[in-house]
Write a protein that binds this ligand. Sequence first.
Ligand SMILES: [Zn+2]
Length: 531
Amino acid sequence: MARERLYLFDTTLRDGAQTNGVDFTLHDKLVIAKLLDDLGVDYVEGGYPGANPTDTEFFSERRPLRCTFTAFGMTRRPGRSASNDPGLAALLAAEANAICFVAKSWDYHVRVALETTPEENLASIRDSVRAAKAKGREVLLDCEHFFDGYKANPKFALACAKAAYDEGARWVVLCDTNGGALPHEVERIVSEVVKVIPGSHVGIHAHNDTEQAVANSLAAVRAGARQIQGTLNGLGERCGNANLVSIIPTLKLKAEFADRFDIGVSDAQLKTLAHISHALDEILHHAPNRHAPYVGESAFATKAGIHASAIVKDPATYEHVSPDMVGNRRKVLVSDQAGRSNVLAELDRIGIKVDKDDARIGRLLEVVKEREAIGYAYEAADASFELLARRMLGKVPSYFDVEKFDVNIEQRDNAVGQRVTVSMAVVKVKVGGETLISAAEGIGPVNALDVALRKDLGKYQGYINGLELADYRVRILNSGTEAVTRVLIVSKDETGEHWTTIGVSPNIIDASFQALMDSIIYKLVRSGAPA
Ligand SMILES: [Zn+2]
């Protein structure tokens, strides 16, 4: 049987931009559009030209993209002609390959929100599609509130969809705007729609208000729809839109879909999925969701010893797909619940060859347990675990010694009489035979210490120039005067690799210092710096 083509439409830059706390700049939009283009989605909806300056500018020139670059906007207003509607004119003027109109398809909304007649709503759809076609654009119609509208008045909802299709719209997109539809309802209603409009012209736009947006999208495809709209990481208003980062691997890796459909994302592009998901988080300054399906740090992480020992024998025992297919990796967590097999699996992953009966393995496991008892959490700090393991197996050179450091916080008036708090750190480091002293000011004491520590490492400086701190997390364990501080630092380098290190101490500066040191030493080990 010939495989059918299924199209992916991304609306991260339009519907995703409605997310609470998300405010894309033009530069963000350009970067994200490129990510989506590289991933292989078919359509990128860039925004709503005419509605705000950023979107208007985004559509002011041709963007060098392979995908069908799409502008979004409303059909002509009721009571106006298509040629006398400034909103429609701005949309038609946009430098886009396609125009996606949004129109009402629920008679209740036509009456109450739009305050017009069903006939005028249909005429507005027809006129707008015709005007965009005349401009040479591919046309899509988002039928707003389609599922609620269909439940209330199926005849009218279908008439709206059919009006656009008959006028030559390439796609009629059924929107679950309030996000309340359930998969079996979507499947039933879409199967009715495709009796009137061929499925190869029907799309689904699902919101996640009952956490079914992905399931609803797949249900629509089962019923015959051939375009899926969604966003990266499920970004979107309220509970978000259908998450393309979950949908894409499901379409590629689950036989029910993979055997029947082709999508624009190749196997090689699929391997970049985790990276693209994390790149978006980075742009938004979001911490990545560790538990995100397929791409989260924990998506292929196994903690219990019994699972770990089976995974070492054959990963398929506890994994639904192979993590490398989506650019993720298997992780066997080393923690106080870990067995020998977790430790062996993790050593194998990081490339430390050791005999499974080596006595040092048992000793390493004991040290992990002792340290976790006082607050360390190695399952969250892969790089610190790797260093601990390498040290116990005698494989970490002693690159440099910090002989002493001093961190000073001072509150005073500055030159223009403002009250300021200044942090300053001085670090004395011995590298080879050389003693180096560096001083730095910072935004806070930890920042000052970090800057001073990385300012001059003598012959090792070249190895750490690309090192950056990506995230810094502090947690106070216990309570009262016995409190202990746990610091986790996420670092990254010029190759895009991320790693996490940990420090624990009653003193936050000391805990931070441990995590900073581990981060630097890990980078030196990774870069193959000589002893
Ligand atoms: Zn939406």
